[in-house]
Structures are given as structure tokens and as C-alpha cells.
Design a protein around this ligand. Structure first.
Ligand code: 4AD
Ligand code: MG
Length: 477
């Protein structure tokens, strides 16, 4: 019999037809009720075995985590909350699971505990739901851009350029794994010149993306990016995925409009297509909220937060206006964080961002026109001589979810900035040539994919929205 996925079975009218399902046992109760899950949906299907006719030795092997195949009649279920169940006629154990050793018990485990079991945690409701939503979001990213005529460009992972200045990088070295060259102390000698120069893992595909925007018009990248920052926070990973659209003939305002449309599309897509998983994650987030002190609970539940963001315009605010608001607010008498901003020109801390989004405006904020000195060299210089056409999108509970800018398309201005910042002009020759040969106004931004998934799933630690999180001290496999 061909196996049918449980998601499909649960949507099939039960008329006693014979079906086969395969999956992992979640629970086995009263020697007859198997809750079976195959990852196609958060829901289990109930498979009922007849213990009077089933071999005792088989029943014993129906432990949590065991992989089985069941064949039987699909019949209406008398149990509450499920439309159908399988009346099992044939049961096969595909993979035993020793209950004594299996780390996942049919109870709630802490996320910290599950992080240690990264190879098994996808078998829990929480992680399977997060991963299905993550998949849906990746699909929606491509759909959004494809529908608008953007081309998906694969920018290099290994790169010689260090131009972004986004943070510390991972160095790429080569090694003959069969026969690594060793020094007299037995230490491996890494060769570093495979590409004829030092290379790193990319921190952003933007600069390469720009070269394609000035040829194809509208492009985007969507790939892994690497930052060797030693930051142990709930918002940073050493390896994360970033989506970077880059558009010829866009200015900063077009860029801000696209960023809002894109985020709203993704959130709407999740609401429309991930209903069951979001319902589950909503309940989960509610329980977490209840455990917090009253004044730290968010006012809206997950689903309401998503609807709000999908339906309301984001607040546009210049950096200068933001500083004024922050200077004039005393939101938290104990912390007095407003005094952390000594003067115009200082970068905002995440607590400032959160204040603006969560307390002051109570909606997503797009901050723009930042001081040039706290932003990257490639951002377009404004006429005031102090600011650049940068923009960050700040989200409730997340902080910065998008960073972007209009790019400096004027050759002389860009070259001067490169000199001012002592950047290696000779390494940026190709980037400068773009401004020599048919330069055009253009703009783009980067969305941190995991930060999006945090927002959409209501999870609170970025390590829980990627299959194998990479952070300082964590790359066991
Ligand atoms: O603000 P960032 O550094 O911008 C860039 O890399 C630009 N090249 C983007 C562009 O204009 N094409 O990073 C963009 C986004 C951030 O807003 C954040 O969401 C995410 O990437 N991000 C991280 N996510 C997880 N872990 C980290 N260490 C991250 N660093 C940035
Ligand atoms: Mg940024």
C-alpha cells in the first residue's frame, strides 16, 4: 500500500477505505491508542490496535519515538477533536526506540534541554511547527520576488572582499584532509592561498548583488551569511540566512515602501497558510507570557500581533527625530536609559529601539537618515553633509529586523568616503567601476531570516528557529 501523509488523511472523508500511514509514535495509551505523527502536520492521527489479536511482543515495542507503519480502515473517530482514525489491521515496527534511552518523553521539555538534542528536537510539536513555518516563509520570499519580476542571484559564500565592515569574519583555509601537512610539533599547517589570496565566508551578498541590480534591474539574494562576532544574545547567530533585494532606480523612499510591503506580505502569508502551526505556537507563546511578570507581558497575543503588523502602516521616523523623542522620555525611571544617548551621532541601543517600537509608537518603525559615522561606507550621502540615506526596520519584540540604504552611486563621493575611512581602494576597484560605467541610483536592504521567523512564530531565542544554530562554543556537529 502506498503511504498517505497524515495531513492528507485527516482531510479525507473516512468511509472505511484501507490506508497506510507511517510515522513516529508520540504516545501509546491503554494498550490500544497510538498517537502517530509524521511531520506533515502538527496533528497526530489516532491508530487503534486490537490488543486481543496483536502479539504482546509487538505491543511492547510501541514506545514513544518508535517508527511504525500501520495499515487499516479509515473510519470516523468517536474521540473528541478528530474526524477520523485508523482501525489497524497490519502493524509493522520500522525502527524501535528504547524508551529508557530516548531523551524525548511525552511531556513538555525546556527549550534549553532541547537545544542539546538538536538532532531530535524536530520531533517535538514546537520545533516541527517552527520548521514548517520557516519553510513556508522561505517559499513566500521567493514567491514575493518572483511575482514582482526579481531575479534570484546566488552570490558567493567564499569571498575575498571585506568591504561590508559588518563585523568579524570567518577565515577560509584549505587542508588536505587525507594527509594534512604538520609542523615539527605535529600541529596542522593550514594553507591559505588556494584562491591566490586570503578569503573569508561572506558577511553579506550585497556588494555582489549590486553589480547584478545594475544589469538585471531588480534582484535578490537569499543565502547563508557568517559573522564571527562573539555575541551571546537571543538575536545573534554566527551563521544566519539573509535576504537581500537590490533595485536599480530606487531611492530611499521606494526602498522603505518595498521593505514594508515585503514584511507585510510574509506575515500575511503565514497567517493564510500556516494556520494550525500558528494556533499551536500562539498557545505556546501565551503560556510563556503568563509565566512572566505582569509588566513584561506583551499586550497582544501572537496572532493579534501578526494581524496588526500585516494591516497597519509602519511609522517612518528620522534618526534625528528619534533622538529627540528618546531625550524627552523617561520611560523607565530606574534605568534612565535616555541618558545613554549623550549626543546626536551615537548609535541606538536595542533598548532605545524597543522603547520607540513597543512603548512610544506601538507599531513597527522605519528609522532613516542616520549619522554617516555609524553606518557603512557605501550609503548615499545626504545633502546635509552629516547623514546618509540609511534605513532600519524595527519590530516589536525583535528590534532591528531589516537594515538597508540607498547606495552612493556618485563615483567621486564614494571614492572620497573610501579614502576617509581608509578602506582598501584596490580591493574595491570592481565596486568603484560600477560607478564609472553607467552608474544608476539604486537601493536595497537585508532581512535577517531568523529574526523574521522569531517574529512570526513568537519564539524568543534565535537558536530555536534554525535547525543547527551556530553560536560561540556551539558546533558539536
Ligand atoms: O544590518 P545588516 O548588517 O545589513 C547588511 O548586511 C546589509 N548588507 C544589508 C543590505 O543593505 N543589503 O544586516 C541585515 C539584517 C539585520 O537587520 C538583521 O535582521 C540580520 O541581518 N542580522 C543578523 N541576524 C542574526 N544574527 C546576526 N549576527 C545578524 N546580523 C545581522
Ligand atoms: Mg544593521
Amino acid at each position: 500500500m502506498t503511504r498517505i501523509k497524515i495531513k492528507e488523511l485527516l482531510a479525507t472523508p473516512p468511509t472505511g477505505q484501507t490506508v497506510t500511514a507511517k510515522g513516529w509514535v508520540r504516545t501509546f495509551r491503554n494498550n490500544q491508542f497510538i498517537a502517530l505523527n509524521d511531520g506533515s502536520t502538527i496533528q497526530n492521527i489516532q491508530a487503534v490496535v486490537d490488543f486481543t489479536t496483536t502479539d504482546e511482543s509487538i505491543l511492547k515495542r510501541l514506545t514513544t519515538g518508535a517508527c511504525i507503519s500501520v495499515t487499516g480502515e479509515l473510519i470516523p473517530s468517536p474521540a473528541k477533536g478528530q474526524t477520523c482514525e485508523i482501525k489497524v489491521t497490519t502493524l509493522e515496527i520500522l525502527g524501535d526506540c528504547d524508551a529508557e534511552q530516548y531523551p524525548l518523553q511525552p511531556k513538555k521539555h525546556s527549550l534549553e534541554f532541547l537545544r542539546e538534542k538538536a538532532h531530535l528536537r524536530a520531533r517535538t510539536n514546537t520545533f516541527s511547527a517552527v520548521m514548517r513555518v520557516r519553510h513556508a516563509m522561505a517559499f513566500a520570499v521567493h514567491k514575493f520576488f518572483n511575482d514582482r519580476g526579481f531575479s534570484y542571484i546566488h552570490t558567493p559564500i567564499i569571498t575575498g572582499s571585506d568591504a561590508e565592515g559588518a563585523g568579524a569574519m570567518f577565515r577560509v583555509t584549505t587542508l588536505d584532509a587525507q594527509n594534512p601537512p604538520r609542523d615539527e610539533n605535529g600541529k596542522i599547517n593550514y594553507k591559505e592561498d588556494f584562491f591566490g589570496r586570503e578569503t573569508n565566508l561572506t558577511v553579506s551578498g550585497q556588494l555582489e548583488g549590486e553589480t547584478y541590480a545594475l544589469a538585471l534591474g531588480d534582484i535578490y539574494t537569499f543565502g547563508p551569511t557568517f559573522r564571527a562576532e562573539n555575541s551571546n544574545t537571543t538575536r545573534h547567530l554566527a551563521e544566519f540566512w539573509m535576504i537581500e533585494p537590490e533595485m536599480a532606480f530606487y531611492d530611499i523612499n521606494d526602498n522603505m515602501k518595498l521593505a514594508q510591503a515585503f514584511l507585510q506580505y510574509l506575515v500575511r502569508y503565514a497567517l493564510d497558510n500556516c494556520g494550525e502551526d500558528l494556533e499551536f505556537l500562539n498557545k505556546r507563546a501565551q503560556e510563556e507570557e503568563q509565566a512572566k511578570p505582569q509588566d513584561q507581558r506583551s499586550e497582544l497575543g501572537l496572532l493579534d500581533r501578526l494581524k496588526f503588523v500585516a494591516e497597519n502602516d509602519f511609522q517612518h521616523l528620522s534618526y534625528t527625530e528619534a533622538i529627540d523623542i528618546l531625550k524627552n522620555s523617561t520611560p523607565n525611571k530606574k534605568k534612565k536609559f535616555q541618558y545613554l544617548i549623550h549626543e546626536w551621532g551615537v548609535d541606538l541601543q536595542s533598548e532605545h529601539e524597543r522603547f520607540l517600537v513597543e512603548k512610544h509608537f506601538k507599531k513597527p518603525v522605519i528609522l532613516y537618515n542616520y549619522p554617516a559615522n555609524i553606518k557603512a561606507f557605501y550609503m548615499r550621502q545626504n545633502e546635509d553633509g552629516k547623514t546618509v540615506a540609511a534605513m532600519d526596520v524595527l519590530f516589536p519584540g525583535i528590534g532591528e529586523i531589516i537594515g538597508g540604504s540607498q547606495r552612493e552611486e556618485r563615483y567621486e563621493r564614494l571614492l572620497n568616503r573610501i579614502h576617509e575611512l581608509n578602506l582598501p581602494e584596490e580591493e574595491l576597484w570592481w565596486y568603484l567601476e560600477l560607478r564609472k560605467f553607467g552608474s544608476a541610483p539604486h537601493a536595497g536592504f537585508g532581512l535577517g531570516f531568523e529574526r523574521l521567523i522569531l517574529f512570526v512564530t513568537g519564539m524568543t531565542n534565535i537558536r530555536d528557529v534554525i535547525a543547527y544554530p551556530r553560536f560561540p562554543g556551539n558546533a558539536a556537529f
